[in-house]
Design a protein around this ligand. Structure first.
Ligand SMILES: [Zn+2]
Length: 364
């Protein structure tokens, strides 16, 4: 049983399970079946093998700690283990009431009574290493998980940190149009604590994760979506955005038709409450007639705030096929099974917290 150094009192039941400040998820164990698919304690051979293959250039079998630049974790797609992102965390460490700093990334394996360990350098991520390797003080920082409300008396004199997913941290910045280095940490923490004092930070879990394989969709869920799906890196979304950037804009051929007539016909083919079939019919019609519809027509059908990726396209100097892109996005959104199980509904859920915390921090 771990003991707090100065006071000689036990921390059991005091250090809360690691919970992400933005998505509210209790950070899962890597050995959970739906995460890395192997019900054994500690890291799984499967997840280590995946990470080893992905970062072959960095992996040396005798290394105590395998470190990669943190951006490689933030941008990674974890292939057959799409939920593995949810094990990678950072923390915002409290130095004083007005001074905080961001750590690097690690997978948190400790629980309840043990302090957590993360790399000190925010540009570094630990992705593996020798089993039971010790965390040295020069490279890693040790801390207890801060509570949203009043800190327990046992924490007096101890280092505290606020845990956050590596990916949720990037999502927060991208959704609010800020570089992570521009975010004022003290304001962010103050706003997060205010938000979670009102909403209660529950530490969301979904036990259905125990009955599926890592790349298998959850057919039954405790929440409105699969909360373990990556809200930042969504491969199908990246594909349609890449396609739009290499496509061509549509130029009107049947310009003799007044715009209100083309809109009237389009609204009939694809109403605001559309289905996947409506989107397919709309695509065929626009391909045939090459109409350009006004932006407001699309905005009534697509919640574009959900796609921070569009900002990059808006600033791009190369031509963008906006209509084709919006139709592709509408296809993704109207496929409810895909939407709820592949990350986009999880992004929508998290963005509600992002907006509230960002507002409180004076960022939106
Ligand atoms: Zn999160």
């Amino acid at each position: 049983m771990a003991r707090l150094k100065n006071l000689g009192v036990t921390t059991t039941g005091v250090n809360p399970p690691p919970t992400c400040l933005l998505c509210e998820m209790e950070i899962p164990y890597v050995h959970d079946s739906g995460i890395a698919g192997c019900p054994t304690w500690d890291r799984t051979p499967e997840s280590d093998q995946l990470l080893k293959c992905q970062w072959r250039g960095y992996w040396r079998s005798r290394l105590k700690h395998v470190m990669v630049p943190s951006i490689q974790i933030e941008e990674a797609c974890f292939g057959d283990m799409p939920r593995l992102w949810s094990c990678f965390c950072r923390a915002i460490i409290k130095e004083s009431d007005t001074k905080y700093h961001l750590t690097g990334i690690n997978m948190l394996q400790e629980r309840s009574s043990e302090p957590y360990h993360l790399p000190k350098d925010p540009t570094i991520a630990r992705i593996g290493g020798r089993k039971n390797a010790r965390y040295d003080n020069a490279t890693f920082i040790e801390f207890y998980a801060a509570k949203m409300k009043r800190q327990p008396s046992q924490y007096k004199g101890q280092r505290l940190g606020f845990i956050i997913h590596a990916h949720c941290w990037i999502l927060f910045g991208r959704a609010l149009g800020a570089m992570p280095t521009e975010i004022k940490l003290a304001k962010f923490i103050q706003s997060s604590r205010n938000h979670w004092r009102k909403e209660n930070l529950h530490g969301l879990t979904d036990h259905n994760i125990n009955w599926v394989k890592p790349n298998q969709a959850l057919s039954e869920r405790e929440h409105s979506c699969d909360i373990y799906q990556n809200p930042l890196v969504i491969p199908a979304l990246q594909e349609v955005i890449t396609r739009a950037n290499t496509g061509h804009s549509i130029f009107p051929c049947f310009s003799k038709l007044p715009i209100d007539i083309t809109v009237l016909i389009s609204e009939w083919v694809c109403p605001a409450d559309y289905t996947l079939d409506d989107v397919a019919n709309m695509r065929n019609m626009l391909f045939t007639f090459q109409w350009n519809l006004p932006d407001w027509f699309w905005r009534r059908r697509l919640q574009e705030d959900l796609f921070f990726e569009l900002d990059i396209l808006r600033k791009s100097s190369s031509p963008v096929n906006w209509q084709g892109l919006r139709l592709d996005l509408m296809s993704l959104v109207s496929d409810r099974t895909w939407y709820t199980t592949r990350g986009l509904a999880n992004r929508e859920r998290i963005l509600r917290n992002v907006a509230a915390i960002g507002r409180g921090a004076g960022m939106s």
